[in-house]
Design a protein around this ligand. Structure first.
Ligand code: HEM
Length: 219
């Protein structure tokens, strides 16, 4: 019965060529350093899933944000676990993506023909940092408030465009309810959408070009 169903679907959706193109490839020669890209992907997916669960109770308004986090931590079943994974996963993702970048750099994997893999990677690193920066404000506690005050002030010190950037980030000259909703929107929609799209391009390039060899002494 299952075989028949599979054959019926395969005739229409062509699973076989999808499987051959995407998964049925020779296993690349490598070592543990080559697993850091997949670890980054795993962490991105885990952050996405735990983040979706957090939005069930989190409220992005100055009156309720702090309390909604307290509620998640103390009253929601396994809320502490989901938030804990999301909180520590964020730090871990920055570390793992950075180590993955270091490994591709030291292996010279950014050279021809993988320049675009590197360029999309640099954008992925920046977006990962952006996720950390925007997420940090959401608990709306003293640390979050003052860290974002300092962070946005640093962005505001850019020559010529600084004031404009600061106003866009804060939604005015001071931190307010607008800043919180802006950071929330960036954290759950804009940056994840950009990350997902770029990861798609990054993965397409990896499948297309294959993994580079471990460099020899004279390369
Ligand atoms: C969310 C972030 C990222 C994800 C999910 C990701 C995912 C991956 C995966 C699964 C691979 C193949 C396995 C491996 O070589 O580890 C890979 C390879 C690669 N990545 Fe990333 N990556 C990310 C960030 C970065 C960054 C920040 C850079 C550099 C600036 C980068 C540059 C590269 C390069 C050059 C390769 C090709 C390696 C080779 O052919 O040997 N990636 N990435």
């Amino acid at each position: 019965m299952w075989k028949k169903l599979y054959a019926w679907l395969d005739e229409r959706l062509d699973f076989d060529s999808f499987y051959k193109g995407l998964l049925d490839r020779p296993e690349p020669e490598g070592n543990w350093w080559n697993t850091l890209g997949s670890a980054s992907l795993f962490l991105f997916i885990m952050q996405g899933l735990t983040g979706i669960f957090l939005t069930i109770y989190y409220t992005p308004s100055p009156d309720h944000a702090y309390d909604s986090i307290q509620y998640i931590m103390n009253d929601v079943a396994f809320g502490w676990l989901i938030r804990g994974i999301h909180h520590w996963g964020a730090t871990l993702m920055v570390i793992v993506v950075f180590l993955h970048m270091m490994r591709t750099f030291f292996y010279g994997a950014y050279k021809f023909p993988r320049e675009m893999t590197w360029v999309t990677g640099v954008l992925l690193m920046l977006l990962t940092l952006g996720m950390g920066f925007t997420g940090y404000l959401l608990p709306w506690n003293q640390r979050a408030y003052w860290a974002t005050t300092v962070g946005t002030a640093i962005a505001g010190s850019v020559p010529f465009l600084g004031d404009f950037i600061l106003q866009v980030m804060r939604g005015g000259s001071d931190l307010s309810a607008l800043t919180l909703t802006r950071f929330f929107s960036a954290h759950i929609w804009m940056l994840p959408a950009a990350l997902a799209g770029l990861i798609g391009v990054h993965m397409y390039l990896i499948i297309r070009l294959g993994i580079s060899n471990i460099p020899k002494e004279d390369e």
